[in-house]
Design a protein around this ligand. Structure first.
Ligand code: RB5
Length: 155
């Protein structure tokens, strides 16, 4: 699978571990930075990864910042991106099965390495269930198409 990776300084070390893990599993990894623990701004790297996922240039993205919050906020601004912040494997599994999430977001200051890698594995291996969930995911995309930034109409 072709996977884009990105982090800020707070996620750099976990991103490096994830890169090694994915490469050892035979995935094609595109590391979009950052490249050290020097302080950087997470929106820059979140946007880089979200853009290639939105353009379908890669199948999935993985983003890491300190908490995962900033990266989630950035990535979910991009049409077609469904970024899921996960702190344990069950949420990662459901993010794929029900939400067809295409970006996994992790908190480098929240998770231990072993748990983070387990979440990554589950996220990559779990398929989307489709069916009623496909209709609901399409509804998310339609909110942006039909209403722009307005609160979605409920009836
Ligand atoms: C960086 O200090 C931190 O704010 C960032 O990694 C992230 O947690 C933001 O949401």
């Amino acid at each position: 699978m072709k996977i884009a990776l990105g982090s800020d300084h707070a996620g750099f070390e976990l991103k490096e571990k994830i890169k090694e893990f994915l490469t050892s599993m035979g995935h094609q990894v595109e590391d979009m930075g950052c490249y050290s623990t020097d302080s950087v701004d997470y929106p820059v790297y979140g946007a880089k990864v979200a853009r290639v996922v939105a353009e379908n240039a890669v199948e999935r993205g993985i983003l890491v910042c300190g908490t995962g919050l900033g990266m989630s906020m950035v990535a979910n601004r991009f049409t077609g991106v469904r970024a899921a912040l996960c702190h344990e494997p069950f949420t990662a599994q459901m993010a794929r099965r029900h939400n067809n999430a295409n970006i996994l977001v992790l908190g480098g200051r929240v998770l231990g390495d072993a748990l983070a890698l387990e979440i990554v594995k589950v996220f990559l291996e779990t398929p989307f269930e489709g069916g009623r969930h496909a209709r609901r995911v399409e509804m998310i995309e339609n909110i942006v198409k039909e209403d722009g930034n307005e609160t979605p109409k409920t009836n």
